[in-house]
Design a binder for this molecule. Structure first.
Ligand code: ADP
Ligand code: 5GP
Length: 231
């Protein structure tokens, strides 16, 4: 999975407004996947306030809200019928059936964010991530692993919001065994042991991507041209 990060270069004389080079770049797309219970939602929610210009995408789902969840905050909660109509008219950049409920990322919301130059994180499952990978441009893929199977099971059990039966818990652990086999499809892997260390690693990945030649190259080249012209 790699990033495309479209850029458009303004002439230096235009005054810019996007930094000294006058280069306006579009946002980058980050995809974070991990087996259920690893801690990906906790990590990304902690990361967002620490990285200006980075936002978390809000998905659509046919899953009913859990206690405390609000429509338009954690998700856009919609009926299965409405989800299927939206899907059929191509409203989703990607979508998947996860544990019997439908989840999807809005194509138009994603485009709006990236066009406004904001970086966006999608916290989605491995099926959705593989659809994003096939799109023009793709994304930066980050896979989060639990430190061990025992820790994963303990986190799933401790997350009381799920009220999982023993059978559902076993199903999630079986799914986790399949999901981790997709590790090699991603660009980065982080282990969610101590939460702060893991968030810091994610922050560094975002900053590294922003400084990559793909993203920062056009701004760099504009400065190179200016230095050349000044000589
Ligand atoms: P996911 O979104 O991957 O399903 P959550 O973010 O809901 O997982 O986290 C699952 C549970 O693990 C939650 O109870 C959360 O508070 C806890 N958790 C997440 N990260 C850590 C961590 N690094 N150390 C200890 N507990 C964690
Ligand atoms: P939960 O219902 O626990 O919030 O999420 C269940 C699973 O669905 C998680 O693995 C989560 O990452 C995934 N998910 C949430 N939103 C989307 C989405 O828009 N697309 C896909 N493919 N998966 C999603």
């Amino acid at each position: 999975m790699r990033s495309f990060t479209a850029v458009s270069v303004k002439p230096l004389s235009s005054g810019g407004g996007n930094g000294a080079s006058g280069v306006q770049r579009k946002g980058s797309l980050f995809v974070v996947s991990a087996p259920s219970g690893t801690g990906k939602t906790t990590l990304v929610k902690t990361l967002i306030p620490r990285v200006p210009g980075l936002e978390m995408s809000r998905s659509y789902t046919s899953r009913p809200p859990r206690p405390g969840e609000r429509d338009g905050v954690e998700y856009h909660f919609i009926s299965r019928d409405r989800f299927e109509s939206m899907r059929d008219v191509g409203a989703f950049l990607e979508w998947a059936d996860v544990f019997g409920c439908l989840y999807g990322t809005s194509a138009i919301d994603t485009r709006r964010h990236l066009d406004a130059g904001r970086d966006l994180v999608l916290v989605i499952d491995v099926q959705g991530a593989s659809q994003i990978r096939r799109l023009d441009g793709g994304a930066v893929g980050i896979f989060v692993l639990p430190p061990s199977p025992a820790v994963l099971e303990a986190r799933l059990r401790q997350r009381s919001r799920d009220h999982l039966t023993e059978e559902e818990l076993r199903r999630r652990l079986a799914m986790a065994r399949r999901e981790v086999e997709r590790l090699a499809d991603y660009d980065y892997v982080v282990v969610n042991d101590a939460i702060d260390d893991c968030v810091e690693q994610l922050r560094c990945i975002v900053l590294a991507e922003r400084a990559s030649m793909r993203v920062a190259g056009p701004a760099g080249k504009a400065i190179v041209r200016a230095i050349r012209d000044a000589g």
